[in-house]
Design a protein around this ligand. Structure first.
Ligand code: FAD
Ligand code: FES
Length: 252
Protein backbone atom coordinates (compact mmCIF):
# COMPACT_ATOMS: atom_id res chain seq x y z
CA UNK A 1 0.00 0.00 0.00
CA UNK A 2 1.42 3.36 -1.07
CA UNK A 3 0.83 6.22 1.38
CA UNK A 4 -0.86 9.25 -0.09
CA UNK A 5 1.13 12.35 0.75
CA UNK A 6 -0.40 15.75 0.22
CA UNK A 7 1.36 19.09 0.11
CA UNK A 8 0.99 21.57 2.96
CA UNK A 9 2.06 25.19 3.15
CA UNK A 10 3.96 26.42 6.18
CA UNK A 11 2.15 29.25 7.95
CA UNK A 12 4.59 29.55 10.84
CA UNK A 13 7.54 27.70 12.30
CA UNK A 14 8.38 29.32 15.61
CA UNK A 15 10.78 28.55 18.42
CA UNK A 16 8.86 28.07 21.68
CA UNK A 17 11.77 26.99 23.88
CA UNK A 18 15.36 25.79 23.59
CA UNK A 19 15.31 23.18 20.78
CA UNK A 20 11.49 23.11 20.69
CA UNK A 21 9.53 24.45 17.69
CA UNK A 22 5.90 24.76 16.66
CA UNK A 23 5.12 24.15 12.99
CA UNK A 24 1.78 25.38 11.65
CA UNK A 25 0.47 24.12 8.30
CA UNK A 26 -2.34 25.77 6.37
CA UNK A 27 -5.46 23.74 5.56
CA UNK A 28 -8.59 22.06 6.80
CA UNK A 29 -7.43 19.05 8.82
CA UNK A 30 -9.42 16.62 10.88
CA UNK A 31 -7.82 14.36 13.50
CA UNK A 32 -8.43 12.70 16.85
CA UNK A 33 -6.32 13.35 19.92
CA UNK A 34 -3.18 11.19 20.00
CA UNK A 35 -3.09 10.55 16.25
CA UNK A 36 -0.04 11.50 14.21
CA UNK A 37 1.13 12.51 10.74
CA UNK A 38 4.14 11.32 8.77
CA UNK A 39 5.94 14.45 7.61
CA UNK A 40 8.58 15.04 4.98
CA UNK A 41 10.27 18.29 4.06
CA UNK A 42 13.12 16.86 1.98
CA UNK A 43 13.63 14.88 -1.25
CA UNK A 44 16.77 13.01 -0.29
CA UNK A 45 18.47 12.80 3.12
CA UNK A 46 17.20 11.65 5.60
CA UNK A 47 14.88 9.85 3.13
CA UNK A 48 12.22 8.56 5.51
CA UNK A 49 9.40 10.79 6.71
CA UNK A 50 9.18 11.49 10.44
CA UNK A 51 6.13 10.90 12.69
CA UNK A 52 4.78 13.90 14.61
CA UNK A 53 1.71 13.95 16.87
CA UNK A 54 -1.16 16.29 16.26
CA UNK A 55 -0.47 19.16 18.65
CA UNK A 56 -3.55 21.20 17.80
CA UNK A 57 -6.12 21.66 15.04
CA UNK A 58 -7.84 24.94 14.13
CA UNK A 59 -10.43 25.79 11.49
CA UNK A 60 -7.78 26.47 8.84
CA UNK A 61 -4.55 24.96 10.17
CA UNK A 62 -2.88 22.09 11.95
CA UNK A 63 0.00 22.44 14.40
CA UNK A 64 2.91 20.20 15.34
CA UNK A 65 5.29 20.64 18.27
CA UNK A 66 8.71 19.09 17.82
CA UNK A 67 12.07 18.76 19.49
CA UNK A 68 15.13 19.02 17.27
CA UNK A 69 16.96 15.69 17.59
CA UNK A 70 18.61 14.76 14.29
CA UNK A 71 18.60 15.33 10.53
CA UNK A 72 14.82 15.24 10.02
CA UNK A 73 13.87 17.65 12.75
CA UNK A 74 16.82 19.91 11.81
CA UNK A 75 15.31 20.15 8.32
CA UNK A 76 11.93 21.00 9.86
CA UNK A 77 13.55 23.70 11.99
CA UNK A 78 14.86 25.39 8.85
CA UNK A 79 11.40 25.74 7.27
CA UNK A 80 10.03 29.23 6.66
CA UNK A 81 6.60 30.71 6.03
CA UNK A 82 5.44 29.75 2.52
CA UNK A 83 7.62 26.61 2.26
CA UNK A 84 5.86 23.42 1.18
CA UNK A 85 6.06 20.13 3.07
CA UNK A 86 4.49 16.72 2.38
CA UNK A 87 2.37 14.94 4.95
CA UNK A 88 0.05 11.98 5.33
CA UNK A 89 -2.42 11.30 8.12
CA UNK A 90 -4.06 11.34 10.52
CA UNK A 91 -2.61 7.93 11.34
CA UNK A 92 -2.91 5.41 14.17
CA UNK A 93 -5.26 4.90 17.06
CA UNK A 94 -5.09 7.88 19.38
CA UNK A 95 -6.72 8.31 22.79
CA UNK A 96 -10.22 6.82 22.58
CA UNK A 97 -12.70 9.45 23.80
CA UNK A 98 -15.29 6.76 24.59
CA UNK A 99 -12.96 5.06 27.08
CA UNK A 100 -12.13 8.27 28.92
CA UNK A 101 -14.52 8.96 31.77
CA UNK A 102 -14.89 10.93 34.98
CA UNK A 103 -11.91 12.69 36.47
CA UNK A 104 -8.83 12.54 34.27
CA UNK A 105 -5.11 13.09 34.82
CA UNK A 106 -3.05 13.91 31.74
CA UNK A 107 0.66 13.31 32.39
CA UNK A 108 3.49 14.35 30.08
CA UNK A 109 7.27 14.27 30.16
CA UNK A 110 9.32 16.64 27.97
CA UNK A 111 8.20 16.70 24.34
CA UNK A 112 5.54 14.13 25.34
CA UNK A 113 3.49 17.27 25.91
CA UNK A 114 3.06 17.53 22.10
CA UNK A 115 -0.19 15.50 21.79
CA UNK A 116 -1.56 16.73 25.13
CA UNK A 117 -2.73 20.21 24.12
CA UNK A 118 -5.19 18.68 21.66
CA UNK A 119 -6.10 16.00 24.24
CA UNK A 120 -6.86 18.66 26.87
CA UNK A 121 -8.88 20.66 24.32
CA UNK A 122 -10.87 17.57 23.30
CA UNK A 123 -11.57 16.69 26.96
CA UNK A 124 -12.40 20.21 28.11
CA UNK A 125 -15.89 19.13 29.27
CA UNK A 126 -14.39 16.64 31.73
CA UNK A 127 -12.56 17.40 34.97
CA UNK A 128 -8.93 17.20 33.90
CA UNK A 129 -5.74 17.79 35.89
CA UNK A 130 -2.57 18.26 33.89
CA UNK A 131 0.87 17.08 35.07
CA UNK A 132 3.89 18.17 33.03
CA UNK A 133 7.53 17.37 33.68
CA UNK A 134 10.48 19.14 32.03
CA UNK A 135 14.26 19.09 32.33
CA UNK A 136 14.63 22.85 32.81
CA UNK A 137 12.64 25.24 30.60
CA UNK A 138 8.87 24.84 30.48
CA UNK A 139 6.69 25.25 27.37
CA UNK A 140 3.05 24.94 26.17
CA UNK A 141 1.59 24.72 29.70
CA UNK A 142 0.13 28.24 29.28
CA UNK A 143 -1.84 27.05 26.22
CA UNK A 144 -3.15 24.03 28.11
CA UNK A 145 -4.19 25.88 31.29
CA UNK A 146 -7.45 27.17 29.78
CA UNK A 147 -8.78 23.63 29.23
CA UNK A 148 -7.96 21.99 32.57
CA UNK A 149 -8.72 22.38 36.27
CA UNK A 150 -5.24 22.17 37.83
CA UNK A 151 -1.74 22.23 36.38
CA UNK A 152 1.17 20.57 38.22
CA UNK A 153 4.66 21.26 36.89
CA UNK A 154 7.99 19.69 37.74
CA UNK A 155 11.49 20.42 36.49
CA UNK A 156 14.58 18.29 37.05
CA UNK A 157 16.55 21.48 37.73
CA UNK A 158 14.00 23.05 40.08
CA UNK A 159 13.78 26.17 37.85
CA UNK A 160 10.00 25.95 37.88
CA UNK A 161 7.47 24.03 40.00
CA UNK A 162 8.40 20.89 41.91
CA UNK A 163 12.12 20.02 41.79
CA UNK A 164 12.15 16.42 40.71
CA UNK A 165 10.01 14.16 38.58
CA UNK A 166 6.45 14.64 37.40
CA UNK A 167 5.68 11.18 38.80
CA UNK A 168 6.40 12.60 42.30
CA UNK A 169 3.56 15.11 41.73
CA UNK A 170 1.15 12.42 40.56
CA UNK A 171 2.04 10.11 43.48
CA UNK A 172 1.64 12.96 45.97
CA UNK A 173 -1.78 13.96 44.56
CA UNK A 174 -2.97 10.37 44.84
CA UNK A 175 -1.50 9.99 48.35
CA UNK A 176 -3.31 13.10 49.57
CA UNK A 177 -6.49 12.85 47.48
CA UNK A 178 -7.03 9.08 47.40
CA UNK A 179 -8.23 7.54 44.16
CA UNK A 180 -9.02 10.89 42.60
CA UNK A 181 -8.83 9.89 38.91
CA UNK A 182 -10.90 7.52 36.79
CA UNK A 183 -8.54 7.63 33.80
CA UNK A 184 -4.92 8.64 33.21
CA UNK A 185 -3.37 9.56 29.83
CA UNK A 186 0.40 9.61 29.49
CA UNK A 187 3.11 10.46 26.95
CA UNK A 188 6.82 10.89 27.56
CA UNK A 189 10.10 9.02 27.96
CA UNK A 190 9.64 5.28 28.38
CA UNK A 191 11.05 5.22 31.90
CA UNK A 192 8.56 7.87 32.99
CA UNK A 193 5.61 6.11 31.34
CA UNK A 194 6.55 2.85 33.06
CA UNK A 195 6.55 4.66 36.41
CA UNK A 196 3.13 6.19 35.67
CA UNK A 197 1.78 2.75 34.73
CA UNK A 198 3.12 1.32 38.03
CA UNK A 199 1.54 4.16 40.03
CA UNK A 200 -1.78 3.64 38.24
CA UNK A 201 -1.65 -0.11 38.78
CA UNK A 202 -1.16 0.40 42.53
CA UNK A 203 -4.09 2.82 42.56
CA UNK A 204 -6.23 0.66 40.23
CA UNK A 205 -6.63 3.43 37.64
CA UNK A 206 -6.70 2.60 33.91
CA UNK A 207 -3.89 4.38 32.09
CA UNK A 208 -3.39 4.89 28.35
CA UNK A 209 0.15 5.51 27.11
CA UNK A 210 1.28 6.90 23.77
CA UNK A 211 4.37 4.99 22.63
CA UNK A 212 7.23 6.22 20.46
CA UNK A 213 9.31 4.16 18.07
CA UNK A 214 11.24 4.62 14.86
CA UNK A 215 8.97 4.40 11.85
CA UNK A 216 9.29 3.93 8.10
CA UNK A 217 5.92 3.45 6.40
CA UNK A 218 3.60 4.64 9.21
CA UNK A 219 0.89 2.42 7.74
CA UNK A 220 1.42 -1.00 9.32
CA UNK A 221 3.28 -2.54 6.39
CA UNK A 222 7.02 -2.58 7.21
CA UNK A 223 7.07 -3.73 10.88
CA UNK A 224 9.87 -1.29 11.75
CA UNK A 225 7.84 0.04 14.67
CA UNK A 226 7.01 -3.25 16.40
CA UNK A 227 6.65 -3.22 20.19
CA UNK A 228 6.03 -6.00 22.71
CA UNK A 229 2.76 -6.24 24.61
CA UNK A 230 1.11 -8.91 26.76
CA UNK A 231 -1.09 -9.54 23.74
CA UNK A 232 1.87 -10.21 21.43
CA UNK A 233 3.87 -8.02 19.06
CA UNK A 234 2.06 -4.88 17.95
CA UNK A 235 2.78 -2.12 15.45
CA UNK A 236 3.04 1.27 17.10
CA UNK A 237 1.88 3.02 13.91
CA UNK A 238 -1.20 0.93 13.21
CA UNK A 239 -2.24 -0.76 16.50
CA UNK A 240 -1.14 2.30 18.52
CA UNK A 241 0.50 4.66 19.20
CA UNK A 242 -1.87 4.62 22.21
CA UNK A 243 -2.03 1.39 24.22
CA UNK A 244 -3.52 0.37 27.55
CA UNK A 245 -0.57 0.77 29.94
CA UNK A 246 -0.97 -2.64 31.61
CA UNK A 247 -0.59 -4.34 28.19
CA UNK A 248 2.78 -2.76 27.36
CA UNK A 249 6.07 -4.56 28.07
CA UNK A 250 8.49 -1.67 28.68
CA UNK A 251 12.22 -2.03 27.96
CA UNK A 252 13.25 0.73 30.37
C1 FAD B 1 3.68 8.24 16.92
C2 FAD B 1 4.83 9.18 17.18
C3 FAD B 1 4.57 10.50 17.43
C4 FAD B 1 5.62 11.40 17.65
N1 FAD B 1 5.32 12.69 17.92
C5 FAD B 1 6.32 13.56 18.12
C6 FAD B 1 6.02 14.93 18.35
O1 FAD B 1 4.87 15.35 18.34
N2 FAD B 1 7.07 15.77 18.55
C7 FAD B 1 8.38 15.33 18.54
O2 FAD B 1 9.29 16.13 18.74
N3 FAD B 1 8.67 14.05 18.32
C8 FAD B 1 7.68 13.16 18.11
N4 FAD B 1 8.00 11.85 17.84
C9 FAD B 1 9.42 11.47 17.76
C10 FAD B 1 9.97 11.95 16.43
O3 FAD B 1 9.35 11.26 15.38
C11 FAD B 1 11.48 11.72 16.39
O4 FAD B 1 12.09 12.50 17.39
C12 FAD B 1 12.02 12.13 15.05
O5 FAD B 1 11.60 11.20 14.10
C13 FAD B 1 13.54 12.18 15.09
O6 FAD B 1 13.96 12.38 13.74
P1 FAD B 1 15.34 13.10 13.42
O7 FAD B 1 15.65 12.81 12.01
O8 FAD B 1 15.32 14.50 13.85
O9 FAD B 1 16.35 12.35 14.37
P2 FAD B 1 17.17 10.98 14.07
O10 FAD B 1 18.41 11.41 13.33
O11 FAD B 1 16.27 10.02 13.42
O12 FAD B 1 17.49 10.60 15.51
C14 FAD B 1 18.19 11.44 16.41
C15 FAD B 1 18.21 10.78 17.76
O13 FAD B 1 16.89 10.65 18.28
C16 FAD B 1 16.60 9.27 18.55
N5 FAD B 1 15.25 9.00 18.07
C17 FAD B 1 14.81 9.05 16.80
N6 FAD B 1 13.52 8.73 16.73
C18 FAD B 1 13.13 8.46 17.97
C19 FAD B 1 11.91 8.07 18.55
N7 FAD B 1 10.81 7.88 17.82
N8 FAD B 1 11.87 7.90 19.87
C20 FAD B 1 12.97 8.07 20.63
N9 FAD B 1 14.16 8.46 20.14
C21 FAD B 1 14.24 8.64 18.85
C22 FAD B 1 17.60 8.47 17.75
O14 FAD B 1 17.91 7.26 18.41
C23 FAD B 1 18.79 9.37 17.73
O15 FAD B 1 19.54 9.22 18.90
C24 FAD B 1 6.96 10.94 17.63
C25 FAD B 1 7.23 9.60 17.37
C26 FAD B 1 6.18 8.73 17.15
C27 FAD B 1 6.47 7.28 16.88
S1 FES C 1 6.18 2.09 10.53
FE1 FES C 1 5.87 0.49 9.10
S2 FES C 1 4.67 -0.95 10.22
FE2 FES C 1 4.83 0.76 11.56
Amino acid sequence: MQPVYTKGEVLKNIKVSKGIYKLSIKGDYNANMGQFYMIKAWDEEPILPRPLSVHDVDKDSIHFLYEVKGKGTERLRDLNKGDIIELTGPLGNGFDRLKIKGRVAVVSGGIGIAPMLYAAKTLKDLEVDFYAGFRDEIYVTCDIKQYVKNVYISTDSGTYGHKGYVTDCLSESLRVGGKKYDTVLCCGPEIMMKKVVDICETNEIPVYVSLESSMACGLGACLVCTCTTNKGKKRVCKDGPVFLGEDVVFNA
